[in-house]
Design a protein around this ligand. Structure first.
Ligand code: DC
Length: 236
């Protein structure tokens, strides 16, 4: 597989992370979870007493945390100022604040630059997953995929442990998820959006294996087209 850049976007609960990691592992590509970076900066704001509802305070602090992402799909890592943040970034507190923090333009400029430099440094190719990868971060990606699923499927995937046991918990998850997607889609700076040239894959009725197979096929075709275009240029 040549060094392809793969952009995978979509809302929460579409199987984006599991798919992106599996595709990267299968094809020997690096992997970047951009949501983890927005969660990491949000966690830093919360632990350093920055009021997350004050956009100018968040903007003023946006350059301070040092965020490090490990891009091995078998063991991705995220560290803030040298401390492993993979546990704390998944707390309810961070999840509730991340849309607000990630809507601040100074935060996006900072994190977007970081993402572009990681992608440029991935010599063997990379799968980058997020919300604005195809539209803003890597508009020249070799293949762009936009994953979707019904709100019910997304909520039940997110709260797999509640499934069938706690209907109230499921509906609360669905409500929180819809609220976060609305905030992520409605923000002014690089909202969650399908790029015009992205391939949309509705995962509602598909198993993870089926989604992975579909994406691997799409990436394989894009890699072949890229190799062919390159060969054409060389022979000219
Ligand atoms: O993928 P996730 O749920 O871990 O992402 C957390 C939040 O980060 C999401 O609600 C919006 C934000 N995000 C973003 O604004 N842009 C991205 N490329 C990725 C995530």
């Amino acid at each position: 597989m040549s060094a392809v850049i793969v952009a995978i976007d979509g809302p929460s609960g579409t199987g984006k992370s599991s798919t992106s990691k599996a595709v990267a592992s299968e094809l020997g590509l690096s992997y970047l979870d951009t949501g983890a970076q927005y969660r990491a900066i949000t966690w830093w704001m919360l632990t350093n007493g920055v009021p997350v509802d004050d956009a100018s305070a968040v903007a003023a602090a946006a350059a301070r945390p040092v965020i490090d992402s490990g891009t091995d799909p078998a063991a991705p890592t995220i560290a803030v100022d040298g401390t492993d943040a993979s546990g704390p970034i998944r707390t309810q507190e961070v999840t509730a604040a991340v849309s607000q923090v990630s809507a601040v333009p100074e935060v996006r400029t900072r994190i977007t630059a970081l993402q572009r430099s990681i992608a440029a440094g991935a010599a063997g190719g990379i799968v980058v997953e997020g919300r604005d990868i195809g539209t803003t971060v890597l508009p020249g990606a070799d293949i762009k995929i936009f994953l979707t699923a019904s709100p019910e499927a997304r909520a039940s995937r997110r709260s797999g442990e509640l499934k069938g046991k706690d209907a109230a918990g499921l509906s609360a998850t669905q409500e929180a998820l819809i609220k976060r997607d609305a905030a992520d889609s409605g923000r002014k700076t690089s909202p969650l959006k399908k790029a015009d040239d992205a391939v949309e894959v509705d995962t509602t009725q598909l198993t993870l294996e089926q989604v992975v197979e579909c994406v691997v096929t799409l990436v394989g075709k894009a890699a072949a087209a890229k190799a062919e275009a390159k060969a054409g240029q060389i022979s000219k």
